[in-house]
Design a protein around this ligand. Sequence first.
Ligand SMILES: N[C@@H](CCC(=O)N[C@@H](CS)C(=O)NCC(=O)O)C(=O)O
Ligand SMILES: [Fe+2]
Length: 291
Amino acid sequence: MSNLDNLHIEMFFDNDSATCSYVVVDKATAKAAVIDPVLDYDAAAGQVSTEAADKILAYLAEQGWQLQWILETHAHADHLSAAHYLKQKTAAPIAIGEGIRKVQQTFKMVFNIADAELMGTGDYFDKLFADGETFNIGSVTATVINTPGHTNDSVSYLIAGNVFVGDSLFMPDGGTARCDFPGGDAHILFRSIQRLYQLPAETVVYVCHDYQPNGRELRFKTTIAEQKQQNIHVKADTFEADFVQKRETRDKTLAVPRLIYPSVQVNIRAGQLPQAESNGVSYVKIPLKQV
Ligand SMILES: N[C@@H](CCC(=O)N[C@@H](CS)C(=O)NCC(=O)O)C(=O)O
Ligand SMILES: [Fe+2]
């Protein structure tokens, strides 16, 4: 049997943040990876909970599959990651692109985090992937493609003819992700998308968010060919300058994500809550700005 026949992909949707998390399994060896797992968070109450991650754990247990990797496509700014929780439960390592160092350093400054808690060297993560690095999910080879632009650390995972692009591309009618977070750059995103567009036309693209434009049904899976023909921001023949203008114009209209502060502070720590203070309680900070 080829790698492709052995592979099973299951999507788990988080309604609150419109996030698509994935379980990718090599059925031949029963080894699995989870991509972009979500930790539930009630912002008003400051309550973290694990329903979404527990669903993934229950699914893996039911199927008899063993978690080998916890993969992040980037440090998300709109939801908390369940990576640390899943690592506690399964002992699987947490991996992300090596650009996380830059992201940690940026937000270490923004949130004034002490060296003792966060160095900005990729600490908290078990594995930092370089561009082109390969790793195994059971007997299936996965390749890391650096796709920065939405964030400095954005990567895509190419797994046996399937590519998990994080937020570098949405479904064709959703276009692309914003590039206005610290470290974001529309020029760089355009070049990352050109790299993805070099993949074979039939490569299946799995997105990390679907905001269901115009109220259509949920979609999370397309192909490189379909993206090149139909993506509303970047088609095969789109010029970089035109994309950048469209992206930057749209970014000026977007509100700050609702969960950006808690998300970033937790996710640069691989889903771990900030160190508890002397009373045993963890806090997230909000840097206040005055006009
Ligand atoms: N309304 C959402 C927005 C989340 C958001 O900004 N998502 C990013 C990806 S992390 C994005 O690129 N959105 C594109 C868009 O809204 O056009 C929230 O508050 O969480
Ligand atoms: Fe994102």
